[in-house]
Design a protein around this ligand. Structure first.
Ligand code: SF4
Ligand code: SF4
Length: 159
C-alpha cells in the first residue's frame, strides 16, 4: 500500500513541476513583448553580455599600455588545472637594484574551467573576465594567449 501511495505521490509531483514549467512557457507564448531570447548571430553588433558572464580570463591594460601584474605567480599556483604559466625576467633599476617583471602571462583558454580562482586570488587585481565567447577555432594553438600585451609595463602604484 505504501508503495502505491509513493507511486501516486511521484506522479502528482511530476505533473506539478510539469505544470510550473508549462505555465511559464505559456506566459511567454501569449506575451510577445516579454520575449527574452535573442537572435544570435544576427544581433552580434548589438549583443551585450551580462557583467557576470565569464567568457575568458583577460588582463586589463589602461590607455598607456600598463597593467597590474607583478608576475608573482599566485594565479599559476591556484589554477586547479594548469591553465596559467607565468614567465618572468629580472630587470635592474638605475640604482642597480634587481626586480622581477612579467615576461609572459600565458593563458590556456582551451583548458580553463572558468572557476575564477585566478581572478579572485590575484593580490594585485590584475585579472578579470572578458565577455568574448566566439572561441571556436580549427587550430587549438590559437586558444593559448599571452595576456600581457607587447611592450606593456606595470602600473607604478602596484607593488
Ligand atoms: S595575474 Fe596576479 S596573481 Fe597572476 S602573476 Fe600577475 S599579479 Fe600575480
Ligand atoms: S578561471 Fe580557473 S581554470 Fe581558468 S585559468 Fe583561472 S584558475 Fe585556471
Amino acid at each position: 500500500m505504501k508503495a502505491l501511495i509513493d507511486y501516486l505521490k511521484d506522479i502528482f509531483f511530476g505533473l506539478k513541476t510539469l505544470w510550473a514549467g508549462m505555465r511559464i512557457t505559456g506566459r511567454y507564448f501569449i506575451s510577445p513583448g516579454e520575449i527574452v531570447t535573442q537572435k544570435y548571430p544576427e544581433n552580434r553588433d548589438q549583443l551585450i553580455m551580462f557583467d557576470r558572464y565569464k567568457g575568458e580570463v583577460i588582463m586589463p591594460h589602461d590607455g598607456n599600455n600598463q597593467h597590474r601584474c607583478t608576475g608573482c605567480g599566485i594565479c599559476q599556483m591556484n589554477c586547479p588545472n594548469g591553465s596559467i604559466e607565468i614567465v618572468t625576467r629580472k630587470e635592474i633599476t638605475p640604482e642597480g637594484k634587481e626586480f622581477r617583471v612579467i615576461d609572459k602571462h600565458i593563458y590556456h583558454l582551451d583548458m580553463c574551467s572558468f572557476c575564477a580562482l585566478c581572478v579572485k586570488t590575484c593580490p594585485s587585481n590584475a585579472l578579470a573576465f572578458g565577455h568574448d565567447f566566439e572561441n571556436a577555432v580549427f587550430d587549438k594553438a590559437k586558444l593559448i594567449k599571452i595576456l600581457n600585451k607587447p611592450g606593456s609595463s606595470i602600473l607604478k602604484d602596484v607593488k
